[in-house]
Design a protein around this ligand. Structure first.
Ligand code: TXA
Ligand code: MG
Length: 333
């Protein structure tokens, strides 16, 4: 299969490109498109064979469910059997945006979308290209991140192509996605609601609207023990190059590895003294800026032919929660 790439203006997408993409989706094809978080790989959510192609293109395990993207809240309501007060409040406050809500699924959603489960994850993305596509196609789009399963998520069209060229029909290339990290997944079928995956929207922002929720842990001790249980949840969001996390800025560890003759990449969040021949990338030391650049930095480090990537772990405060979550999963063996 030849993968077509169509450039689109991120703020005012060209109608022709959007129409072509919508056409492919209506015929059961696969289109990668930008959202405000990362690029998604979309297929008609109500077309089971099309959704099967998404799983095949990604090499994704069948039990891992997909997020269904819609243009507005009423369309999400049509995909679920319950729309609680909390859903209304959260959708009203945060959609379009980086919040995914898990609710009881309507029967017409194919089982393959939900991994056989009885809930469905829905969200309205806040990106002009994604919204234009959803409106033009008049479809709900099942769209996981547009990467091969367990790999780094794509924040640029080039990242999508590196993983999926020849496996999908089209990429809408609108440049870098602004958020850089995935949406927050919130389960509204439990009481209190529970965060299943931390993301761009913080627990505090959610609690300000609906009151207390179950939050993921952020402390280093929890993470350290989790680390020693390989396979608990498995490696995910990961570069191919072995990656390790260090609690300090990482200088000592980097020098150690250099002495062993390894080619070392170093991802850190504040500038430190010079170290010698190391591929160093410095990210902003505040969470929004860091999140926006994290995957792109890891993609660059991964492409540099290194033996090891050393990552300085950001502080264990809640504003760094989603970033630390991704780094820990990426560093798992
Ligand atoms: O920002 C995002 O959420 C991006 C963009 C493209 O929207 N999408 C994304 O999709 O990250 P994906 O498939 O890479 O991750 C979806 C996450 C997975 O952890 C999946 O297990 C969870 O959402 N999920 C999906 N449906 C679920 C459900 N019914 N119940 C619980 N978790 C669900
Ligand atoms: Mg993903």
């Amino acid at each position: 299969m030849q993968t077509l790439v169509l450039p689109v203006n991120p703020a005012a997408p060209q109608a022709e490109a959007i129409a072509q993409a919508a056409d492919i989706l209506k015929r059961g094809g696969l289109v990668a498109f930008p959202t405000e978080t990362v690029y998604g790989l979309g297929a008609d959510a109500l077309d089971a064979p099309a959704v099967e192609r998404v799983f095949a293109a990604k090499g994704r395990p069948a039990q891992n469910p997909l997020i269904v993207h819609v243009a507005a809240a009423p369309a999400a309501r049509d995909l679920v059997t319950q729309w609680p007060e909390n859903a209304d409040r959260l959708a009203g406050r945060f959609w379009p945006g980086a919040l995914t809500l898990v609710l009881p699924k309507a029967p017409r959603i194919p089982d393959i979308v939900t991994g056989g489960g009885d809930t469905v994850a829905v969200r309205v993305p806040a990106h002009a290209v994604a919204l234009a596509l959803l409106r033009a196609a008049r479809l709900a789009l099942a769209a996981p991140s547009a990467n091969r399963s367990t790999r780094l998520s794509p924040t640029r069209a080039e990242h999508v192509l590196a993983d999926l060229d020849g496996r999908i029909d089209l990429v809408l290339d609108a440049g870098a996605t602004p958020g850089g990290l995935e949406s927050t997944v919130l389960d509204l079928t439990t009481s209190p609601p529970r965060i299943l995956r931390p993301g761009l929207l913080s627990p505090a922002q959610i609690e300000a609207v609906i009151g207390p929720i179950l939050r993921p842990k952020v402390k280093t001790e929890d993470l350290a023990t989790e680390h020693r249980s390989p396979g608990l949840l498995g490696r995910h969001y990961a570069p191919r190059t072995p990656m390790e996390l260090v609690a300090d800025h990482g200088l000592k560890r980097v020098q150690d590895l250099l002495r062993q003759g390894l080619r070392v990449g170093w991802l850190t969040w504040k500038v430190e003294e010079e170290t010698g021949p190391v591929f160093r990338m410095v990210l902003p030391n505040e969470p929004r800026g860091y999140a926006a650049q994290l995957y792109a930095a890891l993609h660059s480090l991964d492409a540099a032919g290194l033996d090891r990537i050393v990552v300085a772990l950001p502080p264990d405060t809640e504003d760094w929660l989603a970033i630390r979550d991704r780094l820990q999963r990426a560093a798992r063996e």
